[in-house]
Design a protein around this ligand. Sequence first.
Ligand SMILES: [Cu+2]
Length: 143
Amino acid sequence: MLNKFIITIFATFFLNSFAIAETFEIKMLNEGAGGKMIYEPNYLAINIGDTVLFLPTSKGHNAETVKGMIPDGAEKFKSKVGKEFSVTLMNEGIYGIKCTPHYSMGMVALIQVGAAVNLDAVKLVKQKGKAKGKFKSLFEQVK
Ligand SMILES: [Cu+2]
């Protein structure tokens, strides 16, 4: 009886800890450890319902979903240049993010929410300039 009680308490605690949504920060930078015009980090694996906060650490950047690079049923978004922006991601799959002014310079990021259910589809999206190579290396990080 006591054992059953203890198991119930542990199970409740365990499930609750899963239900707590987290917030992840991405810095928007003119220069970072990975080079110029970069999101840091530029790959995130998060859970459904988690929030991503884009920080305007350097001026002149934003975050916009790349056309064709969001999960089915997800809403696209585009933040204002130079402003902090937060988005809660409720759809499972890959979100491809670009900085509108620096997309062709390769300022892109990949956010994986839960399982990468749309990976094949997002890989087919045509990219501009340096974004192509950047996304290719980001796809390799997908779990
Ligand atoms: Cu930028």
